[in-house]
Design a binder for this molecule. Structure first.
Ligand SMILES: Nc1nc2c(ncn2[C@@H]2O[C@H](COP(=O)(O)OP(=O)(O)O)[C@@H](O)[C@H]2O)c(=O)[nH]1
Ligand SMILES: [Mg+2]
Length: 497
């Protein structure tokens, strides 16, 4: 055989093999399509999937009732169940064994989702989505209400606690105030013991509770007032006012006369006054000049004032204007150390005006808010010394226009009526704006205070009731009169019993 003949034979054989293979594949596919109803492989796969889902569902439906009840309690499961049913597609019948339960289940799903009542009678657990949703909502609402109630209770408890604390604070405050008042009155009484025993002790002796007010009563009152330290002018004025009051509206008894006297003295003492350090600040300090005769207590009072101003938050500088006595500067420095104030002094015998000029300047530079200037004691009867006082006053005004803002006259209560004479002289030389009355703790002559205020129309701002730093009280007319009259009133009441 030739080469061409051989090639032809092999070609025919190959063709025959290919034809055979093709036929066999075609016939296999045809047989499959006939079996599957023409749907092919994919169909079989889907059916198998559905069959599995149905089998699972059937198993769930035959689960015990307790499990279903549990499922009903769990909103998560309840939510899933209704969704699972519509998701399912009806399964086509297949010859696979899994199809049998699926076919039974297929008839059931529709009513499950549409009519919960129908499923309630099924042996499977009754799952009513609406009821379960309502239960879930109800439980949610209950929990919300409980949380709200808990919060409200907490808030109420907080408010009650705050109210109780505020009430307690008010109680404490009232107690503090009462204690403070009692202490203040007590302090006045302690400082005024002698004065009370003197003037007003006498008043208590002559006046009686329930006794008529007669001309004789006025004569007794006159004798007491004129021998007291109130001063003749003031005593006279007081008597005529009381007589007028009695004439216009008869006083019931002598106790009423005592009350009227108390009111009059209080109105004499109760003069308007600004706090001494008011408005003092760095750059615009309050400058206070302290004047008075020798030994009345100027330097001591300055130490106490500095202590008070520092306690009120001021920065205090003291000018040692008493260059006359060598010990005066040292004494002031001791007080400066005790109180915490800066002391500015000059050489011994230096011109007091120049010392006070530089004290005011230094106070301005150093940012002091209160500057207190001491001066040498001088006899009010010595004209040249009073002239020097005027010069100091002027020079301070050159260092700071408007200074000194206050001129505090220190008077010693123990000298009685003489204090009124001193006050007059000092007031003529410089404009006295306030009075500090010292040594009330050691005298029965405190009544002089009424004479000073009445004659000069200048307010008593402080009273000295001892030698210690704290022994300076802001003068309070009401408390002062309370302390003075308490014993007299007690005696008058006692006399009527
Ligand atoms: N008991 C008492 N003594 C005082 C009071 N004020 C000052 N003194 C005393 O009076 C004396 C003279 O005081 P001092 O300040 O040096 O007077 P100055 O000369 O005016 O400066 C001192 O022994 C002080 O202790 C006071 O209120 N009560
Ligand atoms: Mg002095």
């Amino acid at each position: 055989m030739t080469a061409d003949g051989q090639t032809l034979v092999w070609g025919l054989v190959g063709l025959a093999i290919l034809l055979g293979l093709g036929w066999s594949i075609w016939s296999t596919l045809r047989a499959r399509r006939r079996d599957d109803g023409g749907e092919g492989w994919r169909y079989n796969l889907d059916t198998a999937y559905d069959a599995k889902a149905e089998a699972k569902r059937a198993a769930e439906q035959t689960a015990p009732a307790s499990e279903a009840a549990e499922a009903a309690d769990d909103p998560a499961q309840v939510d899933v169940e209704p969704e699972a049913v519509p998701a399912k597609e009806p399964a086509a019948p297949t010859e696979e064994p899994a199809i049998a339960p699926v076919e039974e289940a297929v008839a059931v799903p529709e009513p499950v989702s549409e009519s919960p009542a129908a499923t309630a009678s099924e042996p499977a657990p009754a799952v009513d989505p609406e009821a379960l949703e309502a239960a879930r909502r109800e439980r949610f609402e209950q929990e919300k209400a409980a949380r709200r109630a808990e919060k409200a209770a907490k808030r109420e408890a907080r408010e009650e606690a705050a109210e109780a604390a505020a009430a307690q604070r008010l109680d404490d405050l009232a107690e503090d105030r009462q204690r403070f008042e009692a202490e203040r009155r007590q302090a006045f009484r302690l400082g005024l013991t002698k004065t009370r025993e003197g003037l007003l002790g006498k008043l208590g002796g002559i006046l009686g509770f329930g006794s008529q007010v007669t001309e004789e009563t006025f004569a007794d009152l006159e004798a007491v007032l004129f021998t007291s330290d109130i001063g003749v002018r003031t005593a006279d004025r007081l008597l005529s006012t009381l007589r007028q009051q009695h004439a216009s509206k008869a006083m019931k008894d002598q106790r009423e006369l005592l009350s009227a006297l108390r009111r009059e003295i209080e109105s004499i003492l109760d003069l308007d006054q600004e706090p001494l350090f008011a408005g003092g600040e760095a750059g615009a300090p309050r400058v206070i000049m302290v004047v008075g005769v020798n030994g009345v207590g100027k330097t001591t009072t300055i130490g106490k004032l500095a202590h008070r101003a520092i306690a009120e938050g001021h920065q205090v500088l003291v000018g040692a204007g008493d260059t006359f006595r060598a010990a005066a500067v040292e004494q002031l420095e001791v007080w400066g150390e005790r109180s915490g104030a800066t002391v500015v002094s000059g050489k011994s015998q230096a011109d007091p005006s120049s010392v006070l000029f530089s004290a005011v300047q230094k106070g301005l530079e150093q940012g002091a808010s209160v500057i207190i200037c001491d001066t040498a004691g001088r006899l009010h009867t010595r004209a040249e010394l009073m002239e020097e006082l005027k010069k100091m006053h002027r020079v301070m005004g050159k260092a700071l226009p408007g200074a000194p803002h206050e001129v505090l006259l220190v008077l010693d209560a123990t000298v009685g009526q003489n204090a009124i004479a001193q006050a007059r002289s000092f007031k003529d030389a410089v404009e006295v704006t306030g009075i500090a009355l010292t040594k009330l703790d050691g005298t029965a002559r405190g009544g002089v205070i009424a004479g000073i205020c009445d004659e000069m129309g200048v307010a008593v701002r402080f009273i000295g009731v001892g030698e210690a730093l704290e022994d300076l009280r802001v003068f309070d007319a009401e408390a002062f009169v309370d302390a003075l009259f308490a014993d007299a009133e007690q005696m008058v009441l006692g006399g009527g019993d």
